[in-house]
Design a binder for this molecule. Structure first.
Ligand code: Q46
Ligand code: ZN
Ligand code: ZN
Length: 320
């Protein structure tokens, strides 16, 4: 297989685009496309400060690298979740996931001279994510519900406190198609209406964007490989057996027989949503929000926001 733009050996073959590119042309193509998506969906401008949620995985590091290459003002945020040692929730999975992912995120930042903010959940709130999950009994034996809640809360807090206009995450097409598939299976209209490359800011909530949402996961792997970016290969031990991984497998089977199916599924959804053609009520307004009396972030809960309630509960348990 040869590069479409020159005669060199192809680094990546993108069947969904009927196109193969050599390493050099691939490394040009990815930022060009990203820039195109950023403009097309009105994600942010060069004047805005962007906070990139960096997990140490390939997607978030690739995103940070691309935004940096494109000349955007992009700083990183790493959240230390404390997924390292075995707890009853992570039977035997003490692989040092958080430790290793933080090391790689920091290494990337140092090599490029970029700013990485680090928030350690345990240092900040007294308990790691797996322990918070045990204490709060949320999420059926997996810490993912608590983890997601804490990530959203902390990303938003740092964006607000440090004056970032935009929060960028490394979600790729495989992630987005899997979420879309799940939301469609359940006809979760509220989620369907809110899913997209940009979630506008609302009082107290930063704009959220996903500049990589049209790239396949393997395209990001190929990008990191070509750029020599070292990232954590292991998934979080709690991701194992998750519904989203199952959906990704199903969609990959579909993709094998119908190259491009995943991309079409997602893009046709975005088009339909834009036309107001989803056969569901267009009511994207966020629920009636008021500021949490403790942290000030918007919440629909009657008193404290879910995050602060969880932390209060954790504190009460630690004291007793
Ligand atoms: S990091 Fe957190 Fe994921 Fe691990 S605990 Fe679950 S949600 S699987 S993206
Ligand atoms: Zn080439
Ligand atoms: Zn709160």
């Amino acid at each position: 297989m040869k590069c479409k733009k020159c005669d060199l050996k192809a680094h990546v073959n993108m069947r969904q685009h009927k196109m193969a590119l050599c390493k050099e042309h691939y490394l040009e193509w990815i930022p060009e496309q990203t820039e195109r998506f950023i403009k097309k969906y009105g994600m942010f401008t060069h004047d805005e400060k962007v906070l990139v949620a960096v997990s140490g995985g390939k997607d978030s590091l690739a995103l940070w690298d691309i935004l940096h290459r494109l000349g955007y003002q992009a700083d990183g945020l790493y959240l230390g979740l404390g997924i390292d040692t075995s707890t009853s929730l992570s039977a035997g999975s003490g692989i040092g996931y958080s430790h290793e992912s933080q090391r790689l995120a920091q290494k990337f930042a140092d090599e490029k001279g970029l700013t990485l903010h680090v928030v350690d959940i345990e240092r900040e709130y007294g308990q790691s994510i797996p322990v918070l999950a045990e204490i709060s009994h949320r999420g059926h034996g997996k810490p993912c519900a608590v983890c997601g809640l804490a990530k959203r809360h902390e990303m938003n807090r740092i964006a607000r406190d440090l004056g970032y206009a935009v929060l960028a995450t490394g979600h790729n097409l495989d992630d987005e198609a899997a979420v879309l598939f799940g939301n469609t299976l359940n006809w979760s209209s509220e989620y369907l209406l809110r899913q997209g490359p940009v979630l506008p800011s609302a009082d107290g909530l930063a704009r959220k964007v996903k500049p990589l949402c049209r790239f396949y996961e393997r395209e990001m792997t190929a990008y990191c490989l070509a750029r020599g970016i070292e990232y954590i290969y292991e998934e979080c031990p709690f991701a194992e057996g998750s519904q989203s991984i199952y959906y990704k497998e199903l969609l990959n089977q579909l993709e094998t027989t119908r190259p491009g199916a995943k991309l079409i599924f997602y893009l046709k959804f975005l088009e339909a949503r834009k036309r107001g053609d989803l056969f569901i009520e267009q009511n994207i307004e966020r629920a009636h929000l008021h500021p949490c009396p403790k942290c000030g972030q918007p919440t629909s809960a009657p008193d404290l926001c879910s995050f602060c309630r969880m932390i209060e509960k954790a504190k009460a348990v630690s004291v007793s």
